[in-house]
Write a protein that binds this ligand. Structure first.
Ligand code: CS2
Length: 488
């Protein structure tokens, strides 16, 4: 039997299930990019809003490409299990907040109609860094992006998230429906402002008059999102289904920790998120820097160097005392001085909790998964911190080692000579740069640094950055990651 509304009553008593009548809820949120992260984070928060009786905020989830999620969720009445795992054990909760599943390319009209409906007040997104079709170094719309070229030429049949947002907003404007609020839940720097810049520019390029309307009417609050959610494995699916006594083909596995800090600008309304533990603030920036720099900066450093040292998961990597030392020292000495937190923030506690979260033995968070899309991640995870340090005239050796880990990784061959499956929107370019440079730090570092879409024009021209990066890369090539980390 499959997990579904009907089979809910057969679940063991220990499994939490929707504490409200799903049929009495209405869709108020459309979410683009209904992957594991959304289902473990925002949907879990919305579940509590619905259970409290705020019935107008159920979610319509959409995938912009693959049909996998819809195919798995629809036969389950869009129900799925959220498994919270730690060394203490595993707690299962069936989430009912998603009421509809869309696959954009299969039925764009249905998704657009849902986005344009007056009842839809918020369109939220987790489409990963590359899904915004922007230039990661500048945060501007990448007008040469093939999807943007396509969507500007065919605005009624879009491909990109930006194209869908614009088309739905044009429909709303034509129907005299007020704009929805766009809520970005991706790990982008200044994510609200970045999305606002990108959508305003796209709308302006489509039609100046519409661009003017979007600029004035569409709010894009910033948000900092945090929960570690590794890709679900077949083993997870089998274990969870066995515990449920019915089959769940699309469960999500996560950690106990959840944080969401949101800028409180929702002109079309919102659920009372604060009652579900969301921090509603005026300015997300300090929280965003804290999280992107400490958590994600460490994560990417662990991912590249850990992968090269032969570790499969974050927990395996951080269990190596040399790695734990490097990461804590990088946090304390090189990242923390760049943060400017509101009074009362317990950064020390935050960092210790982070290391414990990385150690969570129940999560199999693969270094390879986090290593993906490095060209889109480095700027906000490591390079912003580096810029601040250089401005202050302070050393950056550990951060530089993180950057060189990425360079060594995209060289495409591991320390045993096996090929690395480098996933990145710039993978083709990275592979040709690496092939031309060969395994030489003196050639590879400058060749990669000459990609302004990642490094801008300032960093490659600053020897205080290029020298430590090249030196660390040299060490990775000659001594390997484990030894380099133990000497760092
Ligand atoms: C990770 C993040 O995959 C990655 O790049 O660093 O997904 C990370 O797990 C989340 O941002 C945690 O909130």
């Amino acid at each position: 039997m499959r997990l579904s509304t009907r089979s809910l009553t057969t679940l063991p008593a220990s499994v939490t299930r929707p504490a409200y009548d799903r049929d009495k809820t209405a869709i108020g949120i459309v979410h683009l990019g209904v992957g594991a992260f959304h289902r473990a984070h925002q949907a879990a928060v919305i579940e509590e809003c619905l259970a409290r009786g705020e019935t107008g905020w159920a979610i319509a989830g959409a995938s912009l490409r693959s049909a996998d999620t819809r195919d798995a969720l629809q036969p389950q009445d869009n129900l799925y299990t959220l498994s919270v795992r730690s060394s203490q054990g595993e707690a299962l909760r069936v989430i009912g907040a998603i009421r509809e599943s869309h696959v954009a390319p299969e039925n764009p009209g249905a998704l657009l109609a849902r986005m344009a409906a007056p009842t839809t007040k918020i369109v939220s997104l987790t489409v990963t860094e590359k899904g915004y079709c922007h230039d990661p170094a500048t945060g501007q719309l990448n007008e040469a992006h093939p999807d943007i070229i396509h969507d500007l030429a065919n605005p009624d049949t879009p491909r990109s998230a930006i194209g869908y947002l614009a088309k739905a907003l044009r429909m709303r404007r034509a129907n005299h429906t007020s704009a929805f609020t766009i809520l970005c839940c991706d790990n982008l720097p200044a994510n609200g402002r970045t999305v606002k810049r990108v959508i305003d520019r796209f709308a302006h390029l489509l039609d100046k008059d519409f661009g003017h309307w979007v600029a004035g009417e569409v709010a894009c609050p910033a948000s900092m999102v945090d929960r570690i959610v590794p890709a679900t494995t077949d083993e997870d699916r089998a274990r969870i289904s066995a515990l449920l006594g019915v089959e769940d083909r699309w469960p999500v596995v996560t950690e106990p920790f959840l944080q969401w800090v949101v800028e409180d600008v929702f002109p079309s309304g919102r659920p009372d998120l604060a009652l579900s533990g969301v921090e509603m603030v005026k300015d997300v920036t300090p929280f965003e820097h804290m999280k992107l720099r400490l958590l994600n900066g460490s994560h990417s450093t662990i991912a590249y160097l850990g992968y090269l040292a032969g570790y499969e998961t974050v927990a395996d990597t951080i269990a190596d005392p040399a790695f734990a030392r490097l990461i804590r020292a990088m946090m304390d000495e090189e990242i923390t001085p760049t943060l400017d937190m509101p009074a009362g923030t317990d950064l020390d506690g935050y960092k210790s909790a982070l290391i414990e979260r990385f150690r969570n033995p129940a999560l199999k968070h693969r270094t390879w998964q986090i290593a993906m899309d490095g060209s889109q991640k480095l700027p906000q995870r490591l390079l912003g911190t580096i810029r601040d340090r250089l401005k202050a005239g302070a050393p950056i050796d550990r951060l530089a080692l993180g950057v060189s880990g990425w360079m060594r990784y995209v060289a495409g061959t591991d320390e045993k000579g096996a090929p690395i499956d480098v996933r990145d929107p710039l993978a083709t370019k990275l592979a040709s740069v690496a092939a031309e440079a060969g395994p030489s730090a003196a050639r590879l570092a400058p060749a990669l640094l000459a990609m302004p879409e990642i490094f801008g024009s300032d960093l490659p021209a600053d020897p205080r950055f290029t020298a430590p990066v090249t030196k660390a890369l040299e060490s990775l090539f000659t001594k390997g990651a484990a030894k380099t980390v133990s000497e760092a």
